[in-house]
Design a protein around this ligand. Structure first.
Ligand code: ASP
Length: 312
């Protein structure tokens, strides 16, 4: 399994993962899940991963760190690089990445600006893994999302997926759509507030891939024949002004008991988390609520990715 972009094994975009590579990665993630239960010899002894996060994170940073530790590697970390690294003194991202590359064998980077991971990769001597660049992409979240769909439903073709919430600014949506669009028979229903619609180039790319794209005015209407409901939160930190209307609109796109009653029995509800009201906690006990299982999949999937990026 090879992940390459240019000469180094950077992971910048979901576009780098064709189906054959995804299959290999998911097989390896399955092995990693077994290793988590049964143990095994360290796979990356003596290797060091740096996490350089200029934006808040719970799941992504901790699951990457846990993954590296479980592989027998070590971690150096700055969880609030915006305030606690030399960024506050005016150091550029490029210089910080050059420096951290001297201390670690790979850099997991989260940054508020779209394109930051590509900029970092352009100057880095060690692999850079994009852990979210503004409203751009979040490729490793998409990997664990697709892995979750595959393990929950047992297939990736002929899927009927509802993408709900903030489709304009949700980077996990942008990356997941890129992965999904490689599979036959995809139908995507877009269900979100008017002001937060999926950007036109992404809709066009979906259609060009052969996917059917629909829009729905409410989640209740969208879910009736869905296999996957992928819910997201409104990315308030990326909005230039508060979207009062979108907030009101959001009520039509909440996952509630009523929505669950309309959802087919074999379907799943997913969310990259954190949720801030768009899934009613009453829904958590429904076996179709897959979001906590999805979050747990972050560790084996990131173990597989790190083993691939840092392995021989
Ligand atoms: N945790 C995801 C991200 O970093 C989703 C979110 O924050 O809404 O993009």
């Amino acid at each position: 399994m090879e992940i390459r972009s240019g000469g180094t094994r950077h992971v910048v975009s979901a576009e780098q993962f064709p189906p054959a590579l995804l299959e290999a990665l998911f097989a390896s993630a399955g092995e990693m899940a077994r290793r988590l239960r049964a143990g095994g010899p360290p796979l990356l002894p003596g290797r060091v991963m740096a996490t350089l996060f200029y934006e808040p994170s719970t799941r992504t940073r901790l699951s990457f760190e846990s993954a590296m530790l479980r592989l027998g590697g070590q971690v150096v970390s700055t969880e609030n690089a915006r305030d606690f690294s030399s960024a506050i003194k005016g150091e550029t991202l490029e210089d910080s990445v050059r420096i951290v590359g001297g201390y670690a064998d790979c850099i997991v980077l989260r940054h508020p600006e779209e394109g930051a991971a590509a900029r970092a990769a352009a100057v880095s001597t060690v692999p850079v893994i994009n852990a979210g660049d503004g409203r751009g992409e979040h490729p490793t979240q998409a990997l664990l999302d697709l892995y979750t769909i595959r393990s929950e439903l047992g297939r990736l073709e002929g899927l009927r997926v509802v993408m709900a919430g903030d489709l304009a600014n949700g980077r996990t949506v942008h990356s997941l759509i890129r992965l999904l669009s490689q599979y036959r028979g995809l139908r995507v229903t877009l269900a979100g507030p008017e002001e937060l619609r999926l950007p036109a180039p992404a809709v066009q790319a979906l259609r060009q891939s052969g996917a059917e794209v629909r829009e729905a005015q409410s989640l209740l209407e969208a879910v009736v024949d869905a296999d996957v409901v992928y819910q997201t939160r409104i990315q308030a930190e990326r909005l230039s002004q508060p979207l009062a209307a979108a907030g009101q609109d959001a009520a039509r796109f909440r996952v509630t008991r009523e929505v669950m009653a309309a959802l087919p029995p074999g379907a799943v509800v997913m969310h990259p988390l954190p949720r801030v009201g768009e899934i009613d906690p009453e829904v958590d006990s429904d076996p179709r609520a897959a979001y906590f299982r999805q979050a747990r999949n972050g560790v084996p999937v990131r173990m597989a990715l790190l083993a691939s990026v840092l392995g021989e």
